[in-house]
Design a binder for this molecule. Structure first.
Ligand SMILES: [Zn+2]
Length: 335
């Protein structure tokens, strides 16, 4: 495998010498191969933004849009690439998702917002997506896509390798880039969190939230035989067990302002009070915030006042698979 990779890399380099426009990566400061310029990147982003807004709906809540935008802009201002315009949009979509287009267009769904439990976690999601933009992952992926196609042609003409193994090799290279990109986006996200003042722990927490989502999906899949969903499908294990992930995130702990700003659980929950929440394919509810005032209150008890069951309540409150409401703290239920 190693030999083949070297073989492919050298072919790739040879093939691209005549096509390459070298540009400086904003994060590393190093020159790198990219087939598209900054102007093209911004144009691709703007075009993609139109398609996204056609495919999805903007969530109709200007206060929530402004809240997400403010947090996003604060992070973007402290990023490696604060000379481009960032656009943050909340999409009215029940899937648990966040993504970025090249050129600074960043999206979070109402689905993901319902599962987050603090402003710090929201900042973690936005920081990760800003990381994809600042490291020009989208732009590089596009280049790799073009490169991949060129690569396939060259291998086909110079060797007797069949089409299927060429495709397998190309996608192996590209998926390798995918995993590295995710880790780098987490690292950059943690750095931007720290520069704004949030604790880098928020980054681990948010990955934990998404991992719990996946585990809940598996828990449901065991009952119904469906395939579990996954977010950016990267982590095989829980983030607290992932040494490499923990190390890249911890690098930002040395930043002086790290941890000076609270995660703000209460403020975030108040902001998402009334948020649309998909119960299942046919039913939509709303997130309703209340305070766990009674000592010994359980999610089983809350489920009686809610349109979703006990485990689903744990999941949306960041307590899956076990845990009960913390007395005095705000809790979400679905009505
Ligand atoms: Zn990502």
């Amino acid at each position: 495998m190693q030999i083949k990779n070297t073989f492919i890399s050298s072919l790739l380099i040879t093939a691209l010498i005549s096509l390459t426009a070298c540009s400086v990566n904003p994060v590393t400061g190093k020159k790198e191969f990219s087939l598209i310029s900054k102007e093209q990147e911004l144009a691709i982003g703007a075009e993609g933004h139109k398609s996204v807004l056609k495919k999805y709906k903007r969530y109709n809540d200007s206060a929530l849009q402004a809240y997400v935008n403010n947090i996003g802009q604060a992070l973007a201002k402290k990023s490696h690439r604060n000379n481009i315009k960032y656009t943050f949009t909340v999409l009215d979509d029940p899937s648990v998702n966040a993504f970025a287009l090249p050129g600074g267009f960043i999206y979070v769904t109402t689905g993901i917002l319902g599962y987050l439990n603090s402003e710090g976690e929201l900042a973690g999601v936005l920081g990760h997506e800003i990381g994809h933009v600042t490291a020009r992952h989208g732009a590089r992926q596009q280049s790799m896509g073009v490169a991949g196609a060129i690569l396939g042609e060259i291998i086909a003409s110079k060797t007797k390798t069949d089409r299927q193994s060429i495709n397998q090799l190309s996608s192996a290279i590209l998926s390798g880039y995918g995993r590295e990109h995710e880790l780098q986006a987490d690292k950059l996200g943690a750095e931007y969190l720290a520069r704004v003042g949030y604790s880098t722990k928020n980054m681990l927490d948010v990955i934990g939230v998404l991992k719990a989502q996946e585990q809940y999906g598996k828990y449901l899949a065991r009952k119904s035989g469906r395939q579990a969903p996954s977010y950016h499908g990267v982590f095989a294990s829980h983030p607290t067990n992932d040494r490499r992930l923990q190390n890249v995130i911890a690098e930002a702990d040395h930043i002086k302002s790290a941890g000076t700003k609270p995660a703000n659980h209460e403020g975030y929950l108040k902001r998402i009070n009334g948020l649309k929440y998909r119960i299942d394919k046919k039913h939509t509810g709303r997130i309703v915030i209340g305070r766990a005032t009674t000592p010994g209150l359980t999610y089983a008890q809350l489920a009686r006042r809610s349109k979703v069951g006990e485990q689903r309540l744990r999941l949306i409150n960041g307590m899956f698979p076990k845990g009960e409401p913390v007395p005095g703290r705000l809790v979400k239920i679905i009505q």
